[in-house]
Design a protein around this ligand. Structure first.
Ligand SMILES: [Zn+2]
Length: 403
């Protein structure tokens, strides 16, 4: 096929795509309602295909039908920014209190460029390509809303494969692609626990029911539980991020409640259910031993593990080495504990999530400020390679399906 030529063609879009990316960088929006961002994308993809919009959130599904009939492939770009105040000092830095600190502005430019490549060559396309511009990735359930609204079904068929790219300012060398098959990113969820006792005088805790002791016991016991009840080769991370009890001006009162919140990370399907079961047993046991009550929510706002399909991931490796050479692929030895709602997409549709190194050429990528940092800087000259990879994967997947 023509993948190298398409990569060269994508490079010729560089100036335009950098311009769009930097415009988007200056209008970051948070959550699922991103009106300015959506308007800018719509302007850039006008006339390329059929547009479906959502009224629950600012998502866009762009359907490009090929000249030849065939199945559908889904490409996904996320759109939302973080509530981080930008301190990069870039001349196109955001000033509105939000920041594209996770590089989703590059993802949108990649999606726009990929749409142009696919549309330009749709005479060779043996099926359909749906490009998702998805808000609400950063913990707002955007992918799940798009699935609930059947935005993956806009061609009439369920896609046979899905691909998404994520840029990174520090996890791998610049201008390399990377990933692995199987678990790539964790399931993340919240554990919220409240012990309820009976308040009293701090001089005589035996007259009260102290929830603070139960809470501290539980926080420590959860760490031991991770070690003693879970296979060390299928990791579980439970980290308490906040605790709350009593009043910080008062030492002589037994408070009536004590609570904490933790993040829970797991790396295989079904593991979260085990965390829910064992944690519930542990918390109930501690509450009863301390004579207090406990309420908990375990697995709140859970994202799915990003499980890369072996077949689509092998296609990614081959495409990268065909177009950019073997050295352009970094095989990840392990998953990372970060989470992504693309996990919901690959639960429904076999697919792959791929990282793209985007640390600036003049920095040491290993020392660079990571994604989500107020200092994170992404080199947008990598955008054309991202476009060429996503478009190439769409063509190749449909080509393979037609064989
Ligand atoms: Zn992200």
């Amino acid at each position: 096929m023509f993948y190298k030529e398409m990569a060269d063609e994508a490079e010729s879009y560089l100036g335009i795509l950098q311009g769009i990316r930097r415009e988007l960088h200056q209008i970051p929006e948070f959550g699922i309602d991103l009106p300015k961002t959506r308007a800018r994308i719509l302007e850039s993809v006008e006339g390329l295909g059929e547009i479906t919009l959502s009224d629950r959130q600012s998502s866009i599904a762009l359907l490009i039908r090929g000249a030849q009939p065939g199945p559908t492939v889904l490409l996904r770009a996320d759109m939302d920014a973080l509530a981080v105040k930008e301190d990069t000092g870039l001349d196109y830095a955001s000033t509105n209190g939000y920041m594209h600190a996770c590089g989703h502005d590059l993802h949108m430019a990649i999606g726009i460029g990929a749409a142009h490549l696919v549309a330009t060559h749709k005479d060779k396309l043996k099926g359909n390509v749906v490009i998702w511009f998805q808000p609400g990735e950063e913990g707002h359930g955007g992918a799940d809303i798009m699935l609930e609204e059947n935005m993956h079904m806009v061609s009439g068929d369920k896609p046979i494969a899905a691909y998404g790219i994520h840029v990174t300012s520090s996890w791998q060398p610049p201008k390399t692609f990377g990933g692995k098959s199987g678990a790539l990113m964790a399931s993340a969820s919240d554990m919220i626990v409240t012990f309820k006792g009976r308040g009293g005088h701090g001089s005589s805790p035996w007259m009260a029911k102290d929830p603070v002791s139960a809470m501290t016991e539980a926080i420590n016991a959860l760490q031991t539980m991770v070690n003693k009840r879970f296979n060390a080769f299928d990791p579980v991370v439970i980290n308490v991020g906040w605790i709350k009890a009593g009043d910080d001006h008062t030492t002589n009162v037994v408070p009536s409640t004590a609570s904490f919140g933790a993040t829970v990370r797991t790396f295989s399907p079904g593991m979260l259910a085990q965390v829910q079961k064992y944690s519930a047993e542990l918390l109930d046991g501690i509450a009863s031993a301390f004579g207090v009550e406990v309420e908990y929510e375990i697995g709140k706002f859970a994202t799915e593990v990003v499980m890369n399909n072996p077949e689509t991931t092998e296609r990614v490796r081959q495409m990268v080495s065909k177009v950019w050479g073997d050295e352009a692929w970094v095989e990840w030895p392990t998953p990372i504990a970060g989470a992504e709602d693309f996990g919901s997409v690959v639960r429904e549709i076999p697919g792959s999530f791929i990282f793209l190194g985007a640390s600036p050429a003049d920095t040491d990528w290993q020392q660079a400020a990571p994604n989500h940092s107020n200092l994170a800087v992404f080199d947008d000259s990598v955008v054309p390679s991202g476009c060429a990879l996503l478009a190439g994967l769409a063509f190749e997947t449909l080509e393979d399906a037609a064989k």
